[in-house]
Every structure is written in structure tokens, then in C-alpha cells.
Write a protein that binds this ligand. Structure first.
Ligand SMILES: [Zn+2]
Length: 70
């Protein structure tokens, strides 16, 4: 299994032999999500968490007021 170095904690990260550029791997040591930015040699980059855009917000928070009944 090829390895690369985690940009966050500098530990070795094992990556799949058939990994492709743009794939995501997770560091076993610090559990950072890393994106493959290069393959020869394998380079990993910290995934930018500020640019996520995933629907992970609590959209139903407004209904969370059951104590407020008449
Ligand atoms: Zn790490």
C-alpha cells in the first residue's frame, strides 16, 4: 500500500493503490479529511472545511418548541 504524509500531523497515511486525484482519504492519526491532489508522488491536502456547502444545518429547529403549547 502506498503511503503519503498527512499535512496536518505529519504522520504517514496509507492510501489505496488505486486512488485517484480528487479522492478523499482520512488520516488515521488525526482523522483529518484529506484530498488527493497529486499522484506521483501521492500528495495530500487538507480538505477546506470552510467551503463545504453540505446541507448539515438544523433546518427544523423552529419546530423545537413543544413546551410552548397552550
Ligand atoms: Zn493526520
Amino acid at each position: 500500500m502506498p503511503t503519503s504524509v498527512c499535512p496536518e500531523c505529519s504522520e504517514e497515511v496509507y492510501v489505496d493503490a488505486e486512488i485517484e486525484q480528487g479522492d478523499e482519504v482520512a488520516c488515521d492519526e488525526c482523522h483529518s479529511r484529506l484530498t488527493v491532489v497529486g499522484l506521483d508522488p501521492i500528495e495530500l491536502d487538507l480538505k477546506d472545511e470552510t467551503e463545504g456547502g453540505e446541507a448539515d444545518r438544523d433546518e427544523f429547529g423552529i419546530y423545537d418548541s413543544e413546551d410552548d403549547r397552550y
